[in-house]
Design a protein around this ligand. Structure first.
Ligand SMILES: [Zn+2]
Ligand SMILES: [Zn+2]
Length: 413
């Protein structure tokens, strides 16, 4: 499959242009053998630095790309932290294009530095464990806080299914969960649009749903015991990433469920033992959010409650040393930007949107049958924290989700 990205950009009925930096996405067996051909088709010429880590460099079946400069970073301890990312600049040797061969972390190393140097970069994913490859979001830890900063997207993505298909199954399952989570993120986005008038785009939502449907069909095949359809699964990841690029934000791809993954990375007090890769945490987050959203829908129409800022004492208690960052993030709380009565007025529509989300049992059952993670305890979080986890995770990011809206709603409980 070769995705010509130009068909997703251009004037849209939502009023935006959706410019895409990614010109082409290749998802095929043996794609790396034709790497130079794809590079020249996209006009990506000039001095080339290729970035690997010790794992991706030595992957079975890896075809090493012709390079003017090759850098192999030690995989052990590699993480997306600003000073670590910036420390490799001298080694890059003034490239005109950076090619990165690896997963999300290595992708951020290329993305961040290509952004600073004002040059394009090319992504060669070695896993399909998340949807960040075609995105323009850099997830980087700055002064201890996880930040998702819009930066450049790869000009070209070359996915060789010979390599992707060799990845351990738990990584594939993590990627599945990252896409199935769009049930929650798309619901959150549409609900936010209805209540606050936040920008919404049907073209983007359709592409995100297409990713979800491709993944659903692949999962159904897997559960029937068929050979994994890596082409469909990887294409679903690429579509989802493109929605982020089209929006200039992760709005379509990341809602209340993704904040559980952020929580696991930040490790506030009582979450010190939390662990799990991105999609695994997102999967558990999706089960939690599905359960809570269906529960809210069953409670009947709520009453509006006046907005109150997050209580500083509560933030300090829940976030400890991370509290100042959380307070800053919530200084202009999105909940204060519209009348909470609006949520009550469109409650019937919200209930309908929730009815389209699979039940928590169904999502958990899918992840369980794929031998993936679906419970808090699977990602090192004590089940006793369940009643407050969505309150805590919602405070991490000032994004309008139904989970956050609960602060201005009274269900008479
Ligand atoms: Zn649009
Ligand atoms: Zn994700």
């Amino acid at each position: 499959m070769i995705i010509d990205c130009s068909k997703y950009s251009g004037k849209c009925s939502c009023g935006h242009e959706h410019p895409l930096e990614t010109r082409m996405v290749v998802v095929e067996y043996g794609a790396l053998h034709r790497f130079d051909e794809y590079m020249s088709q996209c006009g990506l010429t000039g001095r080339r630095t290729v970035l690997y880590d010790t794992n991706t460099y030595n992957l079975p079946g890896m075809v090493h790309i012709p390079a003017d400069r090759e850098i192999v970073l030690e995989a052990n301890g590699l993480h997306s932290e600003k000073s670590l990312i910036e420390s490799i600049v001298p080694q890059l040797d003034n490239p005109q294009v950076i090619v990165t061969v690896g997963s999300g972390t290595l992708m951020d190393f290329a993305r961040y530095n290509a952004n600073s140097l004002g040059i394009p970069f090319v992504a060669v994913p070695t896993l399909a464990s998340s949807d960040g490859f075609t995105a323009n979001i850099c997830s980087v830890v700055i002064d201890g806080h996880k930040r998702s900063i819009p930066m450049h997207a790869p000009a070209l993505v070359v996915t060789d299914l010979n390599i992707i298909s060799g990845a351990p199954m738990f990584l594939t399952v993590s990627g599945i969960a990252d896409i199935l989570s769009k049930h929650i993120s798309l619901a959150d986005w549409l609900i936010a649009h209805l209540v606050s008038g936040e920008h919404y785009c049907e073209r983007v939502a359709i592409l995100a749903r297409e990713a979800m449907e491709l993944m659903n069909r692949s999962v159904a095949g897997l559960l029937r015991g068929e050979e994994p359809d890596f082409e469909s699964m990887a294409t679903a990841q690429m579509y989802s990433g493109l929605t982020m690029q089209m929006m200039g934000s992760s709005r379509a791809a990341s809602g209340a469920e993704h904040l559980i993954a952020h929580l696991v990375e930040m490790k506030p007090p009582r979450f010190e033992s939390a662990h799990g890769i991105h999609g695994e945490c997102v999967g558990v987050g999706s089960v939690l959010a599905a359960e809570e959203y269906h529960r809210l829908a069953s409670l009947g129409r709520p009453r509006a409650r006046a907005f109150e800022p997050l209580d500083e004492g509560w933030v300090r208690e829940k976030f400890g040393p991370l509290a100042d960052g959380i307070l800053a993030e919530n200084a202009h709380d999105v909940l204060s930007t519209f009348d909470p009565q609006r949520i009550v007025d469109v409650w019937d529509e919200i209930v309908y949107i929730i009815s389209q989300i699979p039940s928590a049992e169904e999502l958990a059952g899918t992840f369980r049958d794929l031998e993936g993670k679906y419970r808090l305890s699977d990602i090192g979080i004590d089940e006793s924290l369940k009643p407050e986890i969505l309150d805590i995770s919602s405070a991490i990011r000032n994004r309008l989700t139904l989970a956050r809206m609960r602060r201005v709603l009274d269900f008479g409980e």
